[in-house]
Design a protein around this ligand. Structure first.
Ligand SMILES: [Zn+2]
Length: 312
């Protein structure tokens, strides 16, 4: 989490000379706030920072400004309280309903709780390859869509579902999948994109990752800062192990406060859950988060492999 992107913080040095430090700080602040709307001045005598901001952005009357003098080490939390973090737009590209919860549910819930806009794009209804009878398939698709909406609602996200054939993404042109993801990116303008890992056993997961990497390629007008691959239990760890496809996380998100929301959302997909020792159980999901958390020094974590990051 960096400083707010919309604001440019500036440090101004003031030659104190014979001037009373209080007056010098005031004069420096006046100059800084007239230029920037807010200001920070460090008083070298006591090491304190003086921060000024406007109480109401539309009201430039100086009486409405807040002046605070604070100890230097506390500047970062103070600034975040005065200039809240810019909310992000987050997009999750998942192959099937339930992948989004298994892989990144805690992190999405955390984004939503932080005030970020969270959208989930699910590429397949996850049903079509299982049925020959189209009436039964239609009914199941409808139920899957309802569950996906309920799960997204639980996480604090919105969701859109597409109709690519389940377990058969390799039967459609990759470009078709890329174009759907490009349309989602155009609509949601995400800062961060989460998707499957390229090494997953499931062919749809592998191609969802490939299509996402293509759709988020760093063109001059792209605003996607980060693309991260999540782990999907029963797909990421079931690949033939090789250095080329191993899930090797480089980034961890503390989801301790959001694990319950994740398991609530997972319970919506009860028909996709299995009996132990299958990895797709609520108990395993919780234990897995604890194990990853222990590797990252937090109670519970979701792991990610950073696929691309662009700092502008
Ligand atoms: Zn899947």
């Amino acid at each position: 989490m960096g400083p707010p992107r919309q604001r440019q913080l500036e440090i101004v040095s003031v030659k104190w000379g014979e001037m009373n430090p209080t007056i010098a700080v005031r004069e420096a602040l006046t100059w800084v706030t007239e230029c920037m709307g807010f200001g920070i001045v460090v008083c070298p005598l006591d090491g304190l920072l003086t921060v000024v901001t406007e109480l109401h952005h539309h009201d430039t009357d100086s009486s409405n400004r807040i002046y605070s003098r604070i100890a230097a080490p506390s500047i970062t939390p103070y600034l975040y309280s005065v200039f809240p973090r810019k909310s992000m737009s987050v997009l999750c590209i998942a192959a099937h309903p339930d992948d989004e919860v298994l892989g990144v549910g805690g992190t999405l819930a955390r984004h939503a709780a932080d005030g970020d806009d969270v959208h989930i794009c699910i590429l397949s209804d996850g049903v079509t390859s299982r049925y020959d009878d189209s009436d039964a398939a239609d009914k199941e698709i409808k139920q899957r869509r309802q569950r996906a909406e309920q799960a997204a609602d639980t996480l604090g996200a919105t969701v859109s579902l597409h109709g690519f054939p389940d377990n058969s993404f390799d039967t459609v042109p990759l470009l078709d999948i890329v174009q759907v993801i490009e349309t989602e990116i155009e609509e949601h303008d995400p800062d961060v994109v989460y998707t499957h890992h390229y090494g997953d056993l499931n062919i749809d997961h592998e191609l969802a990752c490939r299509a996402t990497i293509t759709a988020t390629r760093p063109l001059a007008d792209s605003e996607v800062d980060r693309v991260l691959a999540f782990e999907t239990l029963s797909a990421s760890e079931w690949s033939v192990p090789s250095p080329d496809n191993a899930f090797q996380p480089t980034s961890f998100v503390d989801v301790s406060d959001h694990l319950a929301t994740k398991t609530d959302a997972l319970s919506v997909y009860e028909t996709e859950l299995r009996e132990p020792p299958h990895p797709r159980t609520v108990d395993t999901v919780e234990k897995n988060a604890e194990v990853w958390g222990s590797k990252a020094g937090v109670p519970a974590a979701e792991p990610f492999e950073l696929l691309r990051e662009v700092r502008r």
